[in-house]
Design a protein around this ligand. Structure first.
Ligand SMILES: Cc1cc2nc3c(=O)[nH]c(=O)nc-3n(C[C@H](O)[C@H](O)[C@H](O)COP(=O)(O)OP(=O)(O)OC[C@H]3O[C@@H](n4cnc5c(N)ncnc54)[C@H](O)[C@@H]3O)c2cc1C
Length: 310
């Protein structure tokens, strides 16, 4: 005989319903707003319980189950939920954003429509300096008095590029060609739909301090303002087990084990065997893996045994 199923009602999240369509401002002229969503913490739990069957229904509380799923990377229940956003982003940031291939995207067409007349601008005190350690990063800022020159040049460049673009349009040149010299700072808009599992992956990569500052501003809004309201339990588990958690390689664990046992000399010897303590002119040569381990130790309040030798 067919099993009887209880009638279900659609899952809704009042906290998210309250902000449907409301834009969160990002950068100077960008935004993120929620267009639609599917599911909630409850939907994650509902999907997960299919795997465990009726018999174990009461075994886990919802929070415990979600935390268990997150800890053990049992990810498919999180794929049962989806979020659809409308975003307005400078094109260079968008270029990083679209690398996340697991989303569905529909972007504003500058072949079909006139390019959005807005470009991301930089305040005099916001010009970041090239990092010396990390080639992909920035550290410190140009003094505002010097930055003012680059802000002025930025304004000239953006206004010239727009002027030339509009001149081409006036002359009847096709929009698809007229756009070719618009700066990457020009804003674009898109609908972006993604499931919760892949959204968390996006947030993990783009909320990290080594992600570019601009995309981090968007990721922070999506995380702290949207996902936190939408999935309070999943968000808490994500912070605890992924975003604010730390992972250690086998090498790092071996070193850590020597440190906690106060075996400092053995720790240094091991690090030398790993090739982390090579010296030139008596100074430690830069080693990325060692530096990353040192950062992890610093977060634990531990000084590496070789630190004073540098
Ligand atoms: C700090 C930082 C620096 C970066 N620097 C560069 C750079 O210099 N140059 C550059 O080109 N990119 C760079 N990227 C982009 C990066 O390499 C990834 O393309 C981007 O972060 C998307 O990650 P993803 O592929 O995991 O995500 P998604 O595309 O959303 O995919 C999610 C997951 O699905 C799986 N998946 C998706 N598609 C495939 C596939 N075709 N085959 C197998 N598995 C798949 C993978 O497990 C993947 O992790 C950088 C990213 C960050 C965060």
């Amino acid at each position: 005989m067919a099993e009887k199923f209880e009638k279900l009602s659609r899952i809704s999240v009042p906290e998210l319903d309250e902000i449907l369509g409301v834009p969160f401002k990002v950068l100077d002229d960008g935004f993120v707003r929620v267009i639609d969503y599917l599911g909630s913490d409850q939907a994650v739990v509902q999907a997960a319980r299919v795997s465990y069957g009726k018999g174990t229904k009461k075994v886990h509380e919802d929070r415990g189950l979600i935390r268990y799923l997150m800890r053990h990377q049992h990810t498919t229940p999180f794929e049962m939920c989806e979020l659809k956003l409308h975003v307005r982003v400078p094109m260079d940031t968008w270029r990083q954003w679209v690398r996340h291939r697991t989303a569905s995207i529909n972007e504003y067409s500058t072949r079909y429509s006139i390019a959005i007349d807005a470009a991301y601008t930089t305040a005099p005190g916001e010009w970041r300096l090239q990092a010396t350690g990390n080639r992909q990063g920035s550290e410190g800022k140009l003094p505002p008095e010097q930055g003012a020159h680059f802000t002025e040049r930025e304004a000239q460049l953006q206004s010239l590029a727009r002027e030339v673009y509009e001149e081409r349009l006036q002359a009847g040149i096709a929009r698809e060609q007229a756009r070719k010299d618009l700066p990457l700072a020009t804003y674009t808009e898109a609908y972006w739909k993604i499931d919760l599992h892949n959204l968390l992956h996006f947030l993990k990569l783009r909320m990290e301090p080594n992600a570019q500052w601009e995309i981090r501003q968007y990721a922070n809004i999506i995380g702290h303002e949207i996902v936190r309201r939408w999935y309070p339990l999943t968000w808490e588990a994500f912070l605890d087990y992924q975003l604010q958690a730390e992972s250690f390689s086998r090498l790092e664990l071996e070193l850590l084990s020597k440190i906690v046992q106060d075996k400092w000399e053995e720790c240094v010897k091991l690090a030398e065997e790993f090739g982390w303590l090579k010296r030139r002119d008596g100074r430690l040569v830069r080693n990325r893996e060692r530096l990353e381990f040192e950062e992890k130790l610093a977060r634990l309040g531990i000084q590496p045994p070789w630190k004073e030798e540098e």
